[in-house]
Every structure is written in structure tokens, then in C-alpha cells.
Design a protein around this ligand. Structure first.
Ligand code: SF4
Length: 314
């Protein structure tokens, strides 16, 4: 296998297919409401990070049951992960957070994934999640957006945090024995192949458990959308994206689980989405190219643990 695929990881761990069920909470984001900044990340549309959720006015348990019924029938699935997906799902008072999480623990839920920002997590939330994990024997993953290790690019896209906050969050989550998934965009306009390689080295050295890659999706009306229409930057080509993903995977620790190597995105209101091609065609091309080159995840993962002094131990 060219890379460590998430669906296989889940199947090996739980003995059968496991599907993620998106949950949509009525939330904001501190990078939008003025707590950290206003305007949000320059690529983020008003609706937050996702597009296939039920209404956030529906109670958590009901959202899960509806999606469970639909996905369960469609894919003959029996085990699921409750996925708190949109915006920053820990950006709310701790008691409200606890209520939502407890509501999601129902039959056939084997794990909980919580998407949030590095500046929205601390011991209070993590202590509670650790208790829940131990009490209910659940797989708990915190999905942290980073997007890039290039802190100059992080400022350009108005992330509202830099690498320091990200490292702090990862170390805290790991301290509680929870899993960390990191979201990265390998084709931010100001990044190059050096950033791609450093992205891989950075997440490998921090002990991140899972990675989700997206190609940049540009929405009309966002700050990034305006910059794109004003031709303030150019996007790399589809082939260059494929190259970056391959090199990223080669430098990545082979034990890191890959949730995605390219994201899906809605076409409505989009100025740029996956070079106008289906995400799965690009994914298939990445895999085929890797096979043709005898490339695989971890092929260049030889740089940690004192590479230079290894010679003296032989
Ligand atoms: S942190 Fe997420 S929800 Fe908040 S502005 Fe950025 S992309 Fe949007």
C-alpha cells in the first residue's frame, strides 16, 4: 500500500468498517468573533469548515441517529465515530461541551472526533475527555487545524495562531493519551516544496497520529477569493500538487494514519476547487504515480533520532 489508509486502520482496530457521522453544533470561532481576530482564516466561508451536515438546531443525538440510519443502510455499517466537525467544537463553556459530548455516546458509537483550533483546548476539556475515554472505552481524536508549518503563511491567511500554540496543544492532548489528527493544505499560494517537506518532518517529530490533507479551496467573497480574483497569487498546477503529496508522504513517519490526501469540496460559490476535477481522480493519480515510482509513505523517514551519530553505533 502506498500509504497508511484511515479506513484500513479503522477496520483493523474495530474488526469491521467504521464511518464518521458529522455533527453540527451552533458555534462560532474565536478567529471570527473578535476573541482572537475578526474575519476568520482568509479561505474560510461563512458556513465554517464543512458542507454536508444536518442543521445545527437539531439535537446532537438526533443528528447522529439520522446519519446513522442513512449511512448504516447505504454502506451496511454498524460501527461509527461521532464527528464534531464544523467550526471550533471546544469553543464553548465546559459544561455545554460536556453535555454535547455525553449526548453523542450512544450504542454503536466507538469513537469521538472533535475538530478544533489549537488555541481552543486546555486541561479542563482534556481531563473530561480522558474520563469519557476510560469510562466508555472510546477512541477519542482531537482534529487540530494547522494548515502549514510556514508561520509567515499562517499570518498571511489570518490563522490567528502560529506554531507555538499548535505545539502546546499537541503536547497537551498527547499527555492525556488522546489521538491527534492534523489538517494540512499543501498548496497554499505562499508555500513551496521546502514547506511541504517541513510539514511532514514537523508532524512526524511531534508524534501526531493522523493527518488529513486538503487542496486549497477558494470561495467567492472570502479574502482569499478576492485576492485570487485580483490575481495576487497563482495556484500551483494539479501535477505539482500530486508531486507535493508524494514527497510529503515519503518524508512522513509510516505509522501516521492518513485520513485523506485530497479533500472534497462543494462547487457552489467556488472560484477554485481541485482543478475542476473529481477529488478521487486526483487521489487515484497520486497512488498510481507512487506505485510507478516505487514510492511509499516513509521512504525518506530517516531524519529523526540523531541521524549523524548513528554511524558510531554500527
Ligand atoms: S479556524 Fe476554522 S472555522 Fe475558524 S475561521 Fe479558520 S477555518 Fe474558519
Amino acid at each position: 500500500m502506498a500509504y497508511n489508509i484511515y479506513s484500513k486502520y479503522l477496520k483493523d482496530k474495530f474488526g469491521e468498517k467504521v464511518y464518521k457521522l458529522p455533527i453540527n453544533l451552533p458555534l462560532s470561532c474565536p478567529n471570527r468573533d473578535g476573541c482572537i481576530a475578526t474575519g476568520g482564516c482568509s479561505f474560510c466561508g461563512e458556513e465554517g469548515g464543512s458542507f454536508e451536515n444536518l442543521s445545527n438546531s437539531i439535537p446532537v443525538k438526533e443528528q447522529i441517529l439520522k446519519n446513522m440510519n442513512y449511512i448504516g443502510k447505504r454502506y451496511n455499517a454498524k460501527k461509527f465515530i461521532a464527528y464534531f466537525q464544523n467550526f471550533s467544537n471546544t469553543y464553548l463553556p465546559i459544561e455545554d461541551f460536556k453535555t454535547h459530548i455525553k449526548e453523542s455516546i450512544i450504542d454503536n458509537i466507538v469513537g469521538i472526533s472533535i475538530s478544533t483550533r489549537p488555541d481552543c483546548i486546555n486541561d479542563l476539556y482534556l481531563e473530561f475527555l480522558k474520563e469519557i475515554k476510560d469510562e466508555h472505552d472510546l477512541d477519542i481524536t482531537i482534529e487540530l487545524g494547522l494548515q502549514t508549518v510556514n508561520y509567515h503563511s499562517l499570518v498571511k491567511i489570518n490563522r490567528g495562531h502560529t506554531l507555538g500554540e499548535f505545539i502546546d496543544a499537541v503536547l497537551k492532548v498527547k499527555k492525556y493519551g488522546l489521538r491527534v489528527c492534523t489538517h494540512l493544505i499543501l498548496n497554499l499560494p505562499w508555500d513551496n516544496m521546502l514547506d511541504t517537506i517541513e510539514n511532514a518532518k514537523f508532524v512526524s517529530s511531534l508524534g501526531i497520529d493522523e493527518v488529513k490533507l486538503h487542496a486549497l479551496y477558494i470561495v467567492r467573497g472570502t479574502r482569499l477569493g478576492n485576492q485570487y480574483e485580483n490575481k495576487e497569487f497563482e495556484m500551483i498546477t494539479r501535477d505539482e500538487y500530486i508531486e507535493r503529496v508524494i514527497i510529503f508522504l515519503e518524508y512522513l513517519d509510516p505509522t501516521i494514519v492518513i485520513q485523506r490526501i485530497i479533500g472534497r469540496a462543494p462547487k457552489d460559490n467556488a472560484l477554485f476547487v481541485n482543478w475542476n476535477e473529481s477529488w478521487w481522480k486526483i487521489r487515484d493519480d497520486i497512488v498510481l504515480t507512487m506505485k510507478s515510482r516505487d514510492s511509499y509513505q516513509g521512504k525518506k523517514f530517516d531524519y529523526l533520532n540523531g541521524k549523524a551519530v548513528r554511524q558510531f553505533q554500527n
